[in-house]
Ligand binder design. Structure first.
Ligand code: PLP
Length: 395
């Protein structure tokens, strides 16, 4: 079955889209729901009391409930809407996590989970520790445990799935180990929800960040899951309208979670659209999505492996979504230009992960990143175009 029929981009563009790690395409249902909001009941939420305003609030809150069930959070107060993973991480970095002596991250982090810690004047070995990796970029649990032994009561912030190599970290094991040493864990789930089922209670993380636009929802919307037990300990990162129970010239009294964390007018259409994206995943089912993506990823890997000039960095085992490689003797930028000329959408460069590039002595890679709507034919077109680009650049 072709899932592309749900996504109007594929009827309107001639590009072969393999840049899902950057953002995913949006289904018609998401686009329609945004149009519906703006054309039929555009009003602010949680404020006014007329019909359209009430409808907007109900739809907005329905997304919260939907996301709560979708990631198996215990209570809807644990779901806080943000602009995306970057804002979610910045929120916690600048509130709950800022006073921890040590923050522990992995080697495969996106800049979104590195720069906020540097902005707190943490440097390597001085407030910031980085866990190394083993073969195939596997998270080094021995090094992690030794860091936790030396630094109990740390704040651990790690990616679930690498946006560069598609490596999947065992986040449940990371949480168990961190909790053993009285540490808290935030998961960067930017690359998770489009590919795999998330159950925050089973993972037992303290924070889980979600990106809407990488999960078939509109841009500018995301969320953070905050474990209920922690809510009283977390100061809001921004405050203002909609966060308060009462304000006098003397003092402000905040509402409970989630409202105390959602200052100002939210991306209402985006949040409402997010529910439609989740609905599509519900309809297709993660089992189907995971199976389809595994087939595609393995095929992509095998086809790349057949090209003599291709340098791969990891095998397919325990990888999903993103696949990075280089071409011996050629610049990734040049390959990217020739792929674009042949209507192949991929990303070349450092993928907002400069530290791992530096560690591997690379300026960048060529990255193809998949979603469930991709087809074997897309990979065939990409491989044909890649071979052509190689032969043109080598001549
Ligand atoms: N973390 C990872 C692993 C990512 O891949 C990205 C985006 O590429 C981000 C964080 C930032 O996510 P957002 O665009 O939702 O802010």
């Amino acid at each position: 079955m072709s899932y592309k029929k749900f996504f109007p981009y594929f009827q309107n563009s001639t590009m072969t889209y393999l840049d899902n790690g950057a953002t995913t395409q949006k289904p018609q249902s998401v686009i329609d729901s945004e149009i519906e909001y703006y054309t039929h009941y555009c009003a602010n939420t949680h404020r006014s009391n007329f019909g359209d305003a009430n409808k907007a609030t109900i739809e907005f809150e329905n997304t919260r409930k939907h996301l709560q069930q979708f990631i198996n959070a215990k209570d809807s107060s644990e779901i806080i809407f943000t602009k995306g993973v970057t804002e979610s991480i910045n929120f916690i970095a600048n509130s709950f996590a800022k006073d921890f002596k040590t923050v522990i991250i992995s080697s495969l982090e996106h800049h979104a989970n590195i720069v906020p810690w540097h902005m707190q004047n943490r440097t390597l070995g001085e407030g910031l520790e980085v866990v190394g990796y083993k073969e195939n970029f596997a998270f080094d649990f021995e090094e992690f445990e030794s860091l936790l032994q030396k630094n109990p009561n740390s704040f651990v912030s790690v990616t679930h799935i690498s946006n560069v190599f598609g490596t999947i970290n065992d986040i449940k094991k990371i949480c168990t180990l961190a909790h053993k040493y009285d540490s808290y864990v935030m998961i960067d789930g930017a690359q998770s929800l489009a590919h795999t089922k998330i159950d925050v209670q089973d993972i037992d993380c303290d924070f889980f960040t979600v990106s809407g636009h990488k999960t078939f929802a509109p841009t500018g919307v995301g969320a953070i899951y905050i474990k209920q037990e922690l809510q009283d300990k977390i100061a809001p990162y921004q405050t203002g309208g909609a966060t308060i129970k009462s304000v006098t010239y003397e003092k402000s009294e905040l509402l409970p979670s989630p409202y105390r964390y959602e200052a100002g007018t939210q991306n209402i259409a985006g949040v409402i659209g997010f529910a439609k994206a989740l609905q599509l995943i519900d309809t297709i089912g993660y089992e189907t999505i995971e199976k389809q993506e595994h087939t595609l990823y393995e095929y992509l890997h095998n086809e790349l492996e057949k090209i003599e000039e291709v340098v791969l960095y990891n095998t397919t085992k325990d990888s999903v979504g993103s696949k990075s490689f280089n071409i011996k003797g050629l610049l990734h930028d040049d390959v990217g230009i020739l792929l674009d000329k042949q209507k192949i959408a991929i990303r070349v460069g450092h993928h907002c992960a400069m530290p791992i590039m530096e560690k591997l002595h690379l300026k960048g890679t060529i990255r193809a990143s998949l979603a469930f709507y991709n087809e074997i034919e897309d990979i065939d077109k990409f491989i044909t175009a890649l071979k052509k680009a190689i032969s043109m650049l080598k001549d």
